[in-house]
Design a protein around this ligand. Structure first.
Ligand code: NAD
Length: 496
């Protein structure tokens, strides 16, 4: 059994707690580590150290900050496969998928390397007589991040590179289900030259989240996770007057129009519905084939879903790994039972999958329901597993009503060859991230990531312009230097 450490002051530090949570490998079920629940005393000490370090970091030249970020980027590239292996082992996603998610995180570091440019303010000369006005962006102080299990590297990397580039110190509380990957990232950032106590990691559960929320020394909270917890984080942050961005759950729909390229749509859907075993906030969990395409769509979907190879995360032939925990597997199985009992047609049943040598892993095979309706539990709730609901609709209007009527608003996509439909969809859909003939429309690092409706609280998305805005405070200065213009010959030499 490994004991997971905290990362404080540039090194691994064993927690003083006697309170631990146990961790099991998703692929085999074998118990392998214990995760500390950091104490209040340790938390208070960490915050004191971060306060001091942040003051100095905020004075560090932008070019110096940028050069440390460049070194960090190079170190991630050098250690890429090792980090992706940690992700696969602790999360269970297959190696190719783990590498893809790390690449998306790396792109945020790449974006943050441009911090000297990104922090440029504005300046207006003579807004009044001899009066100038300008904006500057200043750091917040200490910012905190609370992250989910499903992207052990990428989601923390949406946050800390930008926060730190902006001159803040960052305290991360990663998911207790995947505590190791962010430790490796912090070690590499430290090796790149990041001063001690600018990125610290403490582990724990709700009790540690509450230390963060209630601390008067933490200026902002970035959260990604389930909607009920996002709502809690949002309301508590408001209570303690913190800046907050809280991204929640999702139920993403894909619309397949009669004129769609069916092969492309189904290929995209297979990856979007079953990649990472459906444990993605941008996973497609509802397909809406429109009108005559329904029959050929279903035939092709079944054919392709049948050939998905489920297996151990590090087997290069696997395309889909296990779910995160036994408890989560039980929850997904209960959703499947509810689909059956509420009358959906179970076309593909992933419940009885058994893999030789991995009998205790948390595997559920691809599962497909047809004839799903709006009132069913499997339609209304986020399952976060490899379960796809097909809702047959007769018109484009019916499809868009489904998308807009759902409580979540994270991502959606439409497959069509009709530009008018694509444009109407892009304009009228009430969703934050929209794909047109693209199954998983995750914005690049220089755009911002975030949904609408029940998928976000606090309004601010991650990275891109919204990330820079979130991790800085704007200050607007209005200044007058009247005496400096008395001798006009100094400022207008050509008029002598
Ligand atoms: P979760 O909400 O259970 O946990 C997220 C974090 O909150 C963890 O660090 C956890 O320790 C902490 N936490 C858990 N319960 C808490 C409580 N009662 N009070 C305070 N803190 C608590 O989420 P998860 O199961 O780790 O991740 C899956 C969820 O995250 C899904 O709903 C998924 O859609 C969502 N997600 C959303 C996005 C997005 O960008 N919108 C991205 C990834 C994941």
């Amino acid at each position: 059994m490994i004991e997971i450490n905290n990362f404080i002051g540039g090194k691994n530090v064993a927690s003083e707690t006697d309170n631990f949570m146990s961790l099991s490998k998703p692929t085999t079920g074998e118990e392998y580590a214990k995760v500390p629940i950091t104490t209040k005393k340790e938390f208070n000490k960490v915050i004191e150290e971060m306060k001091m370090a942040q003051l100095e970091w905020a004075e560090t030249a932008l070019t110096k900050r940028s050069s440390i970020l460049f070194k960090f980027k190079n170190l991630i590239e050098k250690n890429f496969d090792e980090i992706a292996t940690i992700i696969s082992n602790e999360h269970g996603k297959v190696f190719s998928d783990a590498k893809g998610s790390l690449q998306r995180g790396l792109e945020v570091v790449d974006f943050a390397c441009g911090i000297p440019h990104l922090l440029k303010g504005s300046h207006s000369i003579n807004v009044g007589t001899n009066v100038d006005s300008f904006d500057i962006r200043q750091p917040l102080g200490i910012s905190a991040g609370i992250t989910p299990f499903n992207f052990p590297a990428m989601v923390p990397m949406w946050m800390f590179p930008i926060s730190i580039a902006c001159g803040n110190a960052f305290l991360l509380k990663p998911s207790e289900k995947v505590p190791q990957c962010s430790m490796k990232l912090a070690e590499l950032f430290s090796e790149a030259g990041l001063p001690d106590n600018i990125l610290n990691i403490i582990h724990g559960d709700k009790s540690v989240v509450d230390f963060i929320l209630q601390s008067p020394d933490i200026a902002s909270v970035s959260f990604v996770g389930s909607t009920p917890v996002a709502q809690y984080i949002y309301s508590q942050s408001a209570k303690y007057n913190k800046k907050v961005q809280a991204l929640g759950g999702a139920k993403n729909h894909m619309v397949i129009m009669e004129d769609a390229n069916l092969e492309d749509a189904v290929n995209g859907l297979i990856g979007a519905a079953f990649g990472s075993a459906g444990e993605r906030c941008m996973a497609t969990s509802v397909a809406l084939p429109v009108g005559k395409i329904q029959k050929p769509f279903m035939e092709l979907l079944m054919k392709k879903a049948n050939s998905i190879k489920v297996g151990s995360s590090l087997d290069p032939n696997s395309e889909m790994g296990p779910l995160i925990t036994k408890e989560h597997k039980a929850k997904v199985l209960k959703f499947i039972e509810s689909g059956v009992s509420e009358g959906a047609k179970l076309e593909m049943d992933g419940r009885d999958i058994s893999l030789q040598g991995f009998e205790n892993g948390n595997f559920v095979g691809p599962t497909i329901f047809n004839n799903v309706t709006k009132d069913m539990t499997i339609y209304k709730e986020e399952i976060f597993g490899p379960v796809l609901s097909v809702v047959n609709v007769n018109s484009y209007k019916d499809a868009i009503d489904h998308v807009n009527g759902h409580e979540y608003g994270n991502g959606t996509s439409v497959y069509t060859s009709n530009g008018n439909i694509a444009r109407d969809f892009m304009k009228n859909v009430e969703i934050g991230m929209v794909g047109i003939n693209i199954p998983i429309p995750v914005p690049m690092a220089f755009y911002s990531f975030g949904g609408w409706k029940g998928s976000i609280f606090g309004g601010s998305g991650m990275h891109g312009e919204e990330g820079i805005n979130f991790y800085t405070r704007r200050k607007t200065i209005t200044s007058k230097w009247a005496d400096s213009v008395t001798d006009t010959s100094l400022i207008m030499p050509t008029m002598k």
